[in-house]
Design a binder for this molecule. Structure first.
Ligand SMILES: [Zn+2]
Length: 296
């Protein structure tokens, strides 16, 4: 029987925005991402040599905390994966630690038993909202509904997910259809406005004053100017992570970051020491809290 851990005041929200180029962020109006960065950091991440610059493997690495050699997601078909051995944090926290968790978004293999998925096998609450078409416009509608759903869940105190992942996909879809021009830039700014609504829902919680929230915003890969990714150019390989919360010193961290660090930090933020058998490849953005001494 696995131990049941006390809930405590810690909460984590991870917002995954697909395909946002780091180099364009300074020229865009993204006040909510800027606020996260100012309270903590925003730093570039290079997709490692072993990982295709594709959404499937990159998101699998982000939420499992292990690389492709372990989770086995090498493309956007998730078949042959080893996610049963290396689960995403929402599934592991629910199964092992009895934590309430939540995952929401509109990309099938993350949430459904389609294309070899799902990546999110068994969070405490799962919201899949299908885009009605495979177009940028339909994906904006999808992300809008995902955001409304997540606002509702995050704002409540009864369901009270302690660790959540919210996926926004319209930015990536826009780049694939239209390249990284004006429409793409507006889509990034729209995603930032949705991030702002999620943060407002968190701040509006009845128990917010007693809670300690960690917010992580992350993208999976970049895009070529004309739209597209999968290759090894710097534009495709460059992703980023922004985060703020307990233990994150504004301006830090100084070490090079990796996608695997996101899940590692989720566990650390919840004051959970990873079991060595999980063989996480990542490390928290900041050192794990010292375990409380059992005896004086
Ligand atoms: Zn992607």
């Amino acid at each position: 029987m696995s131990p049941t851990w006390p809930a405590g005041p810690r909460r984590v929200l991870v917002v995954g925005i697909d395909g946002v180029r780091l180099d364009l962020l300074p020229s865009l109006h993204t006040p909510h991402l800027d606020a996260v960065a100012e309270a903590g950091f925003l730093a570039g991440v290079q997709v490692d040599e072993a990982t295709p610059t594709m959404s499937g493997p990159c998101w699998a690495t982000v939420v499992t905390g292990v690389g492709v050699a372990k989770h086995g997601v090498f493309g956007n078909h998730f078949g042959g994966n080893r996610l049963d051995v290396f689960p995403d944090f929402t599934t592991r926290l629910a199964a092992v630690h009895r934590r309430r968790t939540f995952a929401a978004g509109g990309w099938e293999p993350l949430f459904l038993a389609r294309s070899g998925g799902p990546l999110f096998a068994a969070p405490g609450r799962l919201s899949y909202i299908a885009p009605l078409e495979d177009t940028p416009e339909a994906w904006e509608v999808c992300d809008e509904r995902v955001t409304s759903e997540a606002e509702y869940v995050l704002g409540r105190s009864d369901d009270d997910p302690q660790a959540s992942f919210v996926y926004l996909g319209a930015v990536d879809e826009t780049a694939h259809f239209l390249g990284c021009g004006e429409e793409y830039r507006r889509s990034v700014e729209t995603a930032d406005a949705r991030l702002g609504r999620l943060l407002a829902a968190v701040r509006g919680r009845a128990a917010y004053a007693e809670e300690e929230w960690t917010v992580i915003v992350v993208t999976d890969h970049g895009h070529l100017d004309g739209g597209g990714h999968g290759g090894r150019t710097d534009l495709e390989r460059t992703a980023w992570i922004a985060a703020c919360g307990p233990g994150i010193v504004p301006g830090g961290p100084v070490l090079p970051l990796h996608h695997t660090d996101v899940a590692a930090h989720v566990y650390a933020a919840l004051e959970i020491v990873p079991d060595p058998h999980w063989t996480l490849d990542g490390r928290p953005f900041t050192p794990a809290p010292e375990p409380v001494a059992a005896m004086a």
